[in-house]
Design a protein around this ligand. Sequence first.
Ligand code: F3S
Length: 298
Amino acid sequence: MKVLLAKSAGFCYGVKRAVELAAKTGEETGGCWMLGDLIHNSHVVEDLARRGVRKTEDPAGLAAGDTVVIRSHGELKSVLDDLEARGVRCVNATCPNVIRIQRLVAQAEAEGRRPVIIGEPLHPEVMGVASWCRQPLVFDGPEAVEAWLDGDEKSREIPVTVVAQTTCIRKLFETSWKIIKKQCTNVKIFDTICNATHERQSEAAEIAGKADVMVVVGDRKSANTKHLTEICLRRCPRVVQIERADELSPDFFNGCTVAGLTAGASTPAGIIKEVYATMSEEIKAAEGKEESFEELLN
Ligand code: F3S
């Protein structure tokens, strides 16, 4: 049995940049804050807390002179404005790809266009992007888009600018914008799915198509990890999403000849390495188990 490891597994450049910036700010200030999870990985968040970057969910509790690092997903514009007004120093670790979408929706509205965001309405990135304009429309996929268009004939005449959450599944975005393009009269589309996400999803699909079992590593709160699991499930009957190596069991690998391994953008290399090593051991154990089972049959 062999293990196929995705080359794109692990930290993307936006996450790497955010973690480095937070660690550096923690060192320089001798103690600072992150507002919410800097990235969706509890191991990294705990490690940063040990290095002086403590987490708070309450921006109102930050005072003038405090330093706060803004997470890779971005923050609500109203929160940033308030922090700035109160003299809290903000170190912006928002991924440049997310900042680009925030600017696109703000610009769209300034030009008299209605911003349409395809993504998860309650994800911090989407909520943050939506806060950069006054009247955004947020749809989680084609069905919601159709319901909007069917519900109000006049909506087809509004000039719209369509963007995607950076980690949106490509097929979901394409189906959504194609419906809008077909039915609306004035449409601008910006494909804002980030390249790192696109490469990771394509590679996961490719490996899942060759594997009997697929392991996806990442935090349960991570949207891009969840999407990787959904993509793998379309190509591979046996998929497991785990946060840590100790969640694996030898039974999972029984009877398989090829196992695939990928990981979300906020999964540290050390955890992927551990999972890879555990998989190799578990596979050996499963193969051993299978032999003794054969012996029992004979
Ligand atoms: Fe940025 Fe893409 Fe990573 S948007 S945080 S480079 S997944």
